[in-house]
Design a protein around this ligand. Structure first.
Ligand code: KG4
Ligand code: ZN
Length: 353
């Protein structure tokens, strides 16, 4: 048994969590997530503001996670921290704080890759979500399809060639005037819309041969064409309604656009995921990252899984978006496998998984 403190500061959430367990059998003792609302007025995350906000909140957030767990630092055996990828200044706050805490206590520090952390979110709540499985990681910065052969061994089956799925949600929300973060806003508006009101195009990438899914080949994504066609549609509608360039469209139209856009994104993700699972011969699939909070993605993936008789694992909403529990879970697994970072551990804004 080991108790591990997880710290996550890669973007605009300051989060800390305490886990206790062996790696397979884990108890989540506490999770604190402080979202930085300050970015809303800017319509997106401002990196320098994010770093400064992490600086002021990291100490109270870690203290709260420890006290919620009924523990203090003397009870902690190791510290896991997101070391890559993300906003460099934001990452550095977490990494420097984690290293100093660990150094003064004489306990190990373990640097965790943020996207590997997301993979562990599913396993935290579903003991059956263990490798091998096909994983879809969809966040604001990444869209990755992975063959998770075992923890720590990942084969890339596909990735986005341009915008990440979450980025597409955020950009479309921005052009509709829905604010940041865009994903939850589009999800909400789409609930009242007709998902076939506008037939936005689905990007087909030829090198993943859809007729021969048993053949090796990557299953990539592309969302920038879809985003451009939403932009064209919105511009044309504004012109025909005689509206100014940034003026909001009528609410019913926004709902239809959100539902139609969301349908294309979700269908693309679900098709590629199950196609990849079939290619990899996977017995189950896991979806994680901020976009896995999307209500339609969760529903569509589950019903596709039922019809294919493949279990689909998705984290609860709190563990879908950025949180330190997933970082602690990945760190605990690393600790058990004998991994340690040395005191030269630093942050890396763009390290690949
Ligand atoms: O994993 P995450 O919290 O942070 C990154 O690692 O990027 O993911 C954030 C992304 C944002 O793009 C946000 O708009 C998207 O996840 N997101 C959603 C939903 N909730 C968050 N996208 C679609 N539907 C949602 N309900
Ligand atoms: Zn994330």
């Amino acid at each position: 048994m080991a108790r591990i403190l997880g710290i996550e500061t890669s973007c605009d959430e300051t989060s800390a969590s305490v886990l206790n367990g062996t790696g397979d059998d884990v108890t989540l003792e506490s999770l604190v997530i402080l979202s930085q609302d300050v970015h809303k007025v800017f319509g997106g995350v401002v990196p320098e503001i994010a770093s400064r906000a992490h600086l002021t909140s990291i100490v109270p957030v870690v203290k709260k996670a420890l006290s919620d767990a009924g523990a203090d630092l003397d009870d902690v055996d190791a510290i896991a921290v997101t070391a890559a990828p993300g906003l460099i200044g934001a990452l550095l706050v977490g990494v420097c704080y984690a290293k100093s805490l660990a150094f003064t206590r004489g306990i190990p520090v373990i640097g965790v890759h943020h996207m590997e952390g997301h993979l562990f979110a599913t396993a935290l709540e579903h003991p059956d979500a263990a490798p091998p499985f096909t994983g879809l990681l969809v966040s604001g910065g990444h869209t990755l399809l992975l063959d998770v052969e075992e923890w720590g061994r990942y084969r890339l089956l596909g990735a986005t060639r341009d915008d990440a799925a979450g980025e597409a949600f955020d950009k479309v929300a921005k052009l509709l005037g829905l604010g940041y973060p865009g994903g939850p806003a589009i999800d909400r508006m789409a609930a009242a819309g007709n998902d076939r009101a506008i037939l936005f195009p689905k990007t087909r990438l030829t090198h993943a041969d859809r007729n021969q899914p048993h053949l090796p080949g990557r299953r990539d994504f592309s969302f920038s064409g879809l985003k451009t066609s939403v932009l064209r549609y919105v511009t044309t509608r504004r012109e025909s309604l005689g509206l100014a360039a940034e003026a909001p469209l009528p609410t019913a139209e926004i709902s239809d656009i959100c539902a139609s856009f969301q349908r294309v994104v979700v269908e693309t993700l679900v098709e590629r995921l199950f196609d990849a699972a079939r290619y990899a011969g996977a017995q189950s699939v896991g979806i994680a990252g901020g976009v896995s909070a999307n209500s339609r993605l969760r529903a569509d993936a589950r019903s596709r899984g039922e019809s294919r008789e493949i279990p689909v694992f998705v984290p609860s909403l709190a563990l879908s978006t950025d949180n330190a529990a997933m970082i602690a879970a990945a760190g605990l697994r690393g600790l058990r496998a004998g991994q340690r970072s040395d005191w030269a551990l630093s942050a890396d804004a763009s390290l690949k998984l």
